[in-house]
Design a binder for this molecule. Structure first.
Ligand code: NDP
Length: 288
């Protein structure tokens, strides 16, 4: 048996088309969704991510602004810029590319962003609202995974999901989102004992570990859905996921490739969140 490939690129393409049509409609009402991206320092991976976010904005007809700082920028200066962007009516989403240099407190920066413009969904207010099932900006990678599963017709209710990884940006929120969909969720991490025992009982495995080929066929129950969040580079510099794709695809029922799986969904949901924020701004304007 070979697993069905969940094609993130294809799903993202469809979603982006829907978003671009909505952007056009909003523009007719006088609002162009705008995203501000703040980039600090010279990290090459961050620069690549930022470039691709800007290109996607352009592709979908959105307004985008890039604010760049050198590595030595003071935290205060960054916070002042965020305060300014919070007040800027042409900006509906603010994203500070992580990681930040050590002298800047990441949490202070995230908390400075208005929850209404926090399109990354990292602000504690949005995380808290998501936890209790209220309207919120959902973090883009977990949100992308949810959309991918739904678009692929994977049933979630009553299913046992095992999330390997418990970071604040992927593991924890994706588990919570799937719990909100009535899945039964188990979190595993570096201190988990007998990991294989847990993953083998999973209907759906979400691998968010950050280690190349970590999930092997021994971890996977035949027919399970395997979502690979990992973006790692092997010795030759090639992009690889957290799942040993070649062997797991012969056991799993569905699998996501790397690249072309979760990655394209993440950026698409960022665009979706920016559109949603612009729509919220228009609704607010129409109420006053
Ligand atoms: P983190 O490093 O923040 O978290 C990794 C998690 O894996 C931790 O919870 C850690 O456990 C757990 N872990 C590490 N070793 C083991 C082990 N031996 N057994 C079980 N669990 C283990 O990573 P992120 O969550 O930020 O990212 C995970 C991966 O996803 C990375 O490859 C990253 O590049 C990628 N990524 C991809 C995105 C996309 O758009 N596709 C977006 C964001 C991330 P503990 O908490 O105990 O330390």
């Amino acid at each position: 048996m070979t697993a069905l490939i969940i094609d993130g690129k294809e799903i993202a393409k469809r979603k982006k088309l829907e978003i671009s049509l909505e952007v056009e409609k909003l523009k007719e009402s006088g609002i162009t969704p705008g995203l501000a991206v703040v980039l600090v320092g010279d990290n090459q991976a961050s620069k690549t991510y930022v470039r691709s976010k800007q290109m996607t904005c352009k592709e979908l007809g959105m307004h985008s602004v890039l604010i760049e700082y050198t590595e030595s920028v003071a935290e205060g200066e960054l916070l002042r810029k965020i305060a300014e962007l919070n007040e800027d009516d042409s900006i509906h989403g603010i994203l500070v590319q992580l990681p930040l240099p050590k002298h800047i407190r990441e949490m202070a920066v995230i908390e400075a962003i208005s929850p209404e413009k926090d399109v990354d969904g990292f602000h504690p207010v949005n995380i808290g609202r998501m936890m209790i099932g209220q309207e919120a900006f959902l973090s883009c990678t977990p949100f992308g995974i949810l959309v991918m599963l739904k678009e692929s017709g994977v049933a979630l209710e009553g299913k046992h999901v095992v999330v390997v990884g418990r970071s604040n940006i992927v593991g924890k929120p994706v588990g919570q989102l799937l719990l909100n969909e009535n899945a039964t969720v188990t979190y595993c991490h570096s201190k988990t004992k007998e990991l294989v025992k847990h993953t083998q009982s999973a209907d759906i495995i979400i691998a968010a570990v950050g280690r190349t080929g970590f999930i092997t066929k021994e971890h996977v129950k035949p027919g399970a859905v395997v979502i690979d969040v990992g973006i790692n580079r092997n010795e030759e510099g090639k992009l690889c996921g957290d799942v040993s794709y070649e062997e797991v695809k012969d056991v799993a029922g569905h699998i996501t490739p790397v690249p072309g799986g979760v990655g394209p969904m993440t950026i698409t949901m960022l665009m979706y969140n920016t559109l949603k924020s612009a729509r919220n701004a228009l609704n607010k304007l129409q109420r006053t």
